[in-house]
Design a protein around this ligand. Structure first.
Ligand SMILES: [Fe+2]
Length: 395
């Protein structure tokens, strides 16, 4: 009898703990928890990503400048795969297609809660909207713009906010997050708290960022989901795109140690991955669009390094530098070492300058027909480096 009483006490205690919490969750108002943020913006498309606090189905209303995203003339976009509209999810990712190069569009996001998902009847709840926000497609005809680069933030969101507070957003078309923005990815919130929410507050609803994968983004149980949150134009972590007179090459340098290193527990295959990427790079630098650009800029997290003790870096040095040396690269932007360095071109090694940015610094590049004007600032506003590069080719 006594033992039975004990069980009842346990049951009552469990109910007391869990019942009010469940009620609070149900009572929580539907909201956009993170985002929206722009990804994979090209000349003709843009992807908008956001996260809601409850499962929803979502769409976007958008229109070219002058057509309000609220008007009847606005276009509606949603995501579907294999005949099924993406639904019953908190992560929303919608691609706007058939856009025109160098144009401005206004967009508004809409998410409708799915309260109950039965096989033959779905019960909807509240709807939440946000916007309108403005986006600009890439424009190969544009003569000048600026972009900035930060890296190795390692979830220090406050420092990132300080760095971003120095950016002149009116002139900035693009931000590169050049790897190691997080320590590893174990909890979903690491990307939100570590850098994403700051980016959204500062710029990312209207100015896209390009997330260059660093070696720390490859670590943790969620590492394989990264591209779901940060989609790229080709679904890979390496790609090329053109904006204004610049062809950008975004490369993924992978992990820093050999695949067999015990830290990776037998779960990485970067030798084969980098070989595949090398093949892609060899072809991409032959593309007409790449070859006819006035400037060619490479973004890669780890700098190539001839020292065989740095496994990943020496592999990309051997595989990629010979290709890039024949491709008239104007500038390579890297991170990873946590130490600022500008390494001049060297006829015996890399034929292009390499700028390694530090975690507490931000690089701003003003692109014009006549030069790439580079300024590196420390988080306290002190100017660390200033230089300008003239175009190699007359294109
Ligand atoms: Fe790194």
């Amino acid at each position: 009898m006594k033992r039975h009483c004990k069980h009842w006490v346990v049951v009552i205690a469990v109910c007391a703990v869990f019942a009010p919490r469940a009620t609070a969750q149900e009572a929580e108002k539907l909201a956009v928890a993170h985002g929206p943020y722009l990804q994979a913006v090209t000349e003709t498309s843009a992807t908008v990503v956001w996260v809601t606090n409850k499962n929803c189905v979502s769409h976007i209303h958008y229109g070219a400048e002058g057509i309000s995203s609220d008007s009847n003339d606005a276009t509606t976009a949603f995501a579907s795969h294999d005949g099924l509209i993406d639904a019953n999810t908190k992560l929303h990712k919608i691609v706007l297609t058939s856009l025109k190069p160098g144009r401005t569009y206004d967009y508004r996001i809409v998410s409708k809660e799915i309260v109950k998902f039965d096989p033959y009847e779905v019960t909807y709840g509240d709807t939440v909207t946000a916007g309108p926000y403005r986006l600009h497609t890439c424009n190969p005809q544009k003569e000048q713009f600026s972009f900035c680069v930060v890296n190795d933030i390692h979830e220090q969101a406050e420092r990132l906010a300080s760095l971003l507070s120095m950016v002149a957003w009116d002139a900035t078309d693009l931000v590169f997050l050049n790897g190691d923005m997080i320590d590893h990815w174990t909890r979903e919130n690491q990307v939100f708290d570590g850098f994403l929410d700051v980016c959204v507050r500062r710029f990312a609803r209207e100015i896209p960022f390009v997330y260059v994968r660093g070696n720390h983004e490859t670590r943790g149980a969620l590492a394989r989901d990264l591209i779901e949150y940060f989609p790229t134009p080709n679904g890979r972590y390496y790609f090329a795109f053109r904006h204004g007179p610049v062809s950008f090459l975004v490369l993924d340098s992978g992990e820093d140690k050999p695949d067999a290193n015990k830290e990776y527990s037998g779960l990485v295959d970067f030798d084969a991955y980098r070989a595949e990427e090398t093949k892609w790079l060899r072809q991409t630098v032959q593309d007409d669009l790449f070859q006819t650009s006035r400037y060619r800029i490479v973004l890669v997290h780890m700098p190539p390094f001839a020292d065989e003790r740095a496994y990943g870096q020496s592999q990309i040095y051997r595989s990629w530098v010979p290709i890039l040396n024949r491709a008239d690269i104007d500038l390579m932007l890297c991170g990873h070492t946590h130490q600022f360095a500008r390494i001049d071109p060297n006829e015996l090694a890399h034929h292009f300058p390499i700028l390694i940015n530090a975690p507490d610094m931000i690089v701003n590049v003003a692109v014009s027909e006549s030069s790439l004007a580079v300024v590196v600032k420390q988080v306290d506003g002190r100017v660390v480096d200033v230089f300008a590069l003239k175009p190699d080719s007359p294109n």
